[in-house]
Design a protein around this ligand. Structure first.
Ligand code: SF4
Ligand code: SF4
Ligand code: SF4
Length: 346
C-alpha cells in the first residue's frame, strides 16, 4: 500500500501520497505555485526556477523536484521567494519576443499569466532586454509553426517528443542565452524525423510552437476519431456549422490525451465542398445523386446476384474490431466465400 504523509502548505493541512512532488500536492489542493517547465504528463526538470518554496522556514527548494515528507511545513510565498521568482521571470521575459497581441497563444499563455501573478514591471524589463534575437521562424510544417524568438527554453517540447512520442525529434542547441530548441542539425521540421503529431505544440506553454491557423471554437463535441481502430477520444471544436479544431480527450483510456497527426490535424475533409454527402449511382455512364433507400436496395439486389466467387470484401481499419468481425462473418456465412481481407494488410 502506498504510504501517505501529513504536511502543511501555507498553513493548510494536506495528505499526499509518498512520491508526490510538493508542486503537484499544492496544485491538487488548489494552492497555486507558478511554474513554466512543469507538465503533469512529463518528468520534472526544474529548468524555469519559478516554483521555489521554503521548507520548515529554511532552505528553498524547487517544488517540482522535491517530494512530500511527513510533517514538513511548506511556504509557497514570502518576500525572498517572490524576489527569486521575479528575477527568474524577468530574465525569461527579457529574452522573449513581446509581440503578444499578434500571438496565437495570447489567450492561453503561461508567461503572461505568471507575469500578471508576480506583478512584473515593464520598465525593469526594458533595462534587461538584450537585442532582438531575430531568429527565423520555421513555417515548413503544414499544421504548426515554430518561432524560436518566443521560446522560453522550458524543454517541454523536447521531453514530450522523447517521453510521450518516443521519437526524440527535438533537442537543445547552443548554450546559455544562445540556447534554442531545434531538430537534428537545426533543419526545418519537414526535413527532420518529426511526424507532425502536434503533441509538443499542445504542451508548449507560450506561442513558440503554435498552430498555423488557430481558430476559436464556440462549443465542443465529445466523440471518437474515425481514422483507425485505436479509437482515440477527441473533442471536436465547433464554430457555426464548421469544425475548427480537435482536442485530445485526456480521460479516454485508449489515448490519455495524445493523438497522431491524422486525428489532430486531419479534419478538413469534414467541411470540404467536394465531400460526398449523398450516395451516387451510375446511370447511363454518369454518377448521379440518389437517396439512401434507393442505393441500399440496389446494393442488396447486387449482393444476391453475386454470392460465391463473384464476391469479395475489403474491410477498413477505420472500423471497430466488432464491425470487422461482422464483415468477415457476413462474407463467409451470407455471401458464401472466404474472399475477405483488410486494408491494414496492404
Ligand atoms: S510534432 Fe510530434 S513528432 Fe514532431 S517534434 Fe513535436 S512531438 Fe515530436
Ligand atoms: S518551443 Fe515551447 S515547449 Fe519547446 S522549449 Fe520553447 S517554450 Fe518550451
Ligand atoms: S488519433 Fe491517430 S491513432 Fe488515434 S484513432 Fe485517430 S488515427 Fe488512430
Amino acid at each position: 500500500m502506498t504510504k501517505e504523509y501529513n504536511l502543511t502548505i501555507d498553513g493548510q493541512k494536506i495528505i499526499a501520497q509518498e512520491g508526490t512532488s510538493i508542486l503537484d500536492a499544492a496544485l491538487e489542493n488548489d494552492i497555486f505555485i507558478p511554474h513554466l517547465c512543469h507538465h503533469p504528463d512529463l518528468k520534472p526538470e526544474g529548468a524555469c526556477r519559478l516554483c521555489g518554496v521554503e521548507i520548515d522556514g529554511g532552505r528553498m527548494v524547487m517544488s517540482c523536484l522535491s517530494t512530500v515528507g511527513e510533517g514538513i511545513d511548506v511556504k509557497t510565498d514570502s518576500s525572498e521567494i517572490r524576489q527569486a521568482r521575479t528575477i527568474a521571470m524577468e530574465l525569461l521575459i527579457a529574452d522573449h519576443h513581446m509581440d503578444c497581441l499578434a500571438c496565437a497563444a495570447a489567450n492561453d499563455c503561461a508567461l503572461l499569466d505568471i507575469s500578471a501573478y508576480l506583478g512584473i514591471q515593464p520598465d525593469r524589463l526594458e533595462r534587461l532586454r538584450p537585442s532582438d534575437k531575430g531568429l527565423p521562424i520555421d513555417e515548413s510544417n503544414p499544421f504548426f509553426q515554430f518561432d524560436p524568438n518566443k521560446c522560453v527554453v522550458c524543454g517541454i517540447c523536447v521531453r514530450t517528443c522523447n517521453e510521450i512520442v518516443g521519437l526524440g525529434a527535438l533537442g537543445f542547441i547552443n548554450r546559455g542565452f544562445k540556447t534554442v530548441i531545434g531538430t537534428f542539425g537545426n533543419k526545418p521540421f519537414t526535413e527532420s524525423i518529426c511526424e507532425s503529431c502536434g503533441e509538443c505544440v499542445v504542451r508548449c506553454p507560450v506561442g513558440a510552437l503554435a498552430p498555423k491557423t488557430p481558430k476559436f471554437a464556440a462549443r465542443e463535441v465529445q466523440t471518437t476519431c474515425v481514422y483507425c481502430g485505436v479509437g482515440c477520444g477527441i473533442y471536436l471544436g465547433v464554430a457555426g456549422d464548421k469544425i475548427v479544431n480537435v482536442r485530445a480527450d485526456r480521460e479516454r483510456p485508449t489515448n490519455e490525451g495524445s493523438l497522431c497527426v491524422k486525428g489532430r490535424y486531419g479534419f478538413n475533409f469534414i467541411n470540404h465542398p467536394d465531400r460526398l454527402t449523398k450516395p451516387l449511382i451510375k446511370k447511363d455512364g454518369e454518377f448521379v445523386e440518389a437517396e439512401w433507400d434507393e442505393a441500399l436496395e440496389l446494393i442488396a439486389s447486387k449482393f444476391v446476384q453475386s454470392k460465391g466467387d463473384k464476391f469479395a470484401a475489403l474491410a477498413s481499419a477505420k472500423c471497430t474490431n466488432e464491425e470487422n468481425y461482422l464483415i468477415q462473418k457476413f462474407t463467409r456465412a451470407v455471401m458464401e466465400t472466404n474472399t475477405v481481407d483488410h486494408c491494414a494488410r496492404l
